[in-house]
Design a protein around this ligand. Structure first.
Ligand code: PEP
Ligand code: MN
Length: 271
């Protein structure tokens, strides 16, 4: 099939290493939903890096459904990111919520994240197309695969920025879990799109103790990796605490993931 022959590998730099997502290895990106303080981010980051994550996540500007909810530290997080990433020799993926943030985030990020709520923000996608760092494009809350791929096309039009797709659960009639993880989409896109596809199990299910189970399913279905929320004290988190893994749960997940990947002749890409 033509698509199979034109698979894209997406190169990103984390710390002093260059990685190539799409090469068959499994990449784990992890960290807190939001960066809340130096101590909180450092603790989360240390634990995930020590257990094999190759890139950090951490929200600086948060898009929250409620205007009263924690909106992220904004620029006050920049120094924290600088300190933690240089201490741990690693990079970060963080969400860009407004085209005006691109310039200041550019030197700091390994990958720009476009959140679900912005998948249809074509002004943002067009601006990201004009720079050369990869874009982690999350699926819209209720976006068809076709709409998602068209959004990816906006980012790739200039031929500079490369896209990684992220399935993070969609809205269905079900309310017992936060969203419904669409593993069909992962299988479909691995066959019918050129992009690497990763899974965000945290926003997909919204329940920390169930995150490991669907993470293993994501590896089994052929995803290129995961982006997982990990907080040193989930009950105290300023955003998305109920879905965060503790560092211990994360390290247990990594052990199981490696077993599933080995059974499939795949490798966990360690830092
Ligand atoms: C996030 O990754 O913190 C986030 C807000 O995710 P989403 O855009 O998928 O809701
Ligand atoms: Mn979150």
């Amino acid at each position: 099939m033509a698509i199979e022959n034109s698979k894209k590998n997406v190169t990103f730099i984390s710390g002093d290493k260059t990685y190539s997502m799409g090469n068959g290895h499994f990449y784990v990106i992890a960290g807190p939903c939001s960066i809340e303080s130096e101590v909180q981010f450092l603790e989360s980051a240390r634990s995930v890096v020590a257990n094999g994550a190759c890139l950090l996540r951490g929200g600086i500007w948060k898009l929250r459904s409620s205007a009263q909810a924690f909106q992220g530290l904004g620029k006050a997080a920049f120094d924290i990111v600088q300190k933690v990433t240089s201490e741990l020799h690693t990079g970060i993926v963080t969400e860009v919520t407004d085209p005006r943030q691109i310039e200041s985030l550019y030197p700091m990020v390994s990958i720009f994240q476009v959140g679900s709520r912005n998948m249809h923000n074509y002004a943002l996608l067009k601006e990201l197309a004009n720079q050369d760092k990869p874009v982690l494009l999350k699926r819209g809350l209720a976006a068809y695969i076709d709409e998602w791929l068209k959004a990816a096309d906006y980012v790739e039009t200039s031929g500079r920025a490369q896209v990684i797709l992220c399935e993070r659960g969609i809205r269905t009639f079900e309310t017992a879990t936060r969203n419904t993880l669409d593993l069909n989409a992962v299988a479909f896109l691995k066959k019918n799109s050129p992009y690497p596809v990763i899974v965000d199990p945290s926003h997909a299910i919204g329940i920390g103790e169930l995150v490991p189970d669907i993470s293993l399913a994501a590896a089994a279905v052929g995803a290129d990796g995961l982006i997982v929320e990990v907080h040193p004290a989930p009950k105290e988190a300023l955003s998305d605490g109920p879905q965060a893994l503790t560092p211990t749960q994360f390290s247990q997940l990594m052990i199981k993931l490696e077993k599933v990947l080995n059974a499939l002749d795949r490798k966990l890409q360690k830092k």
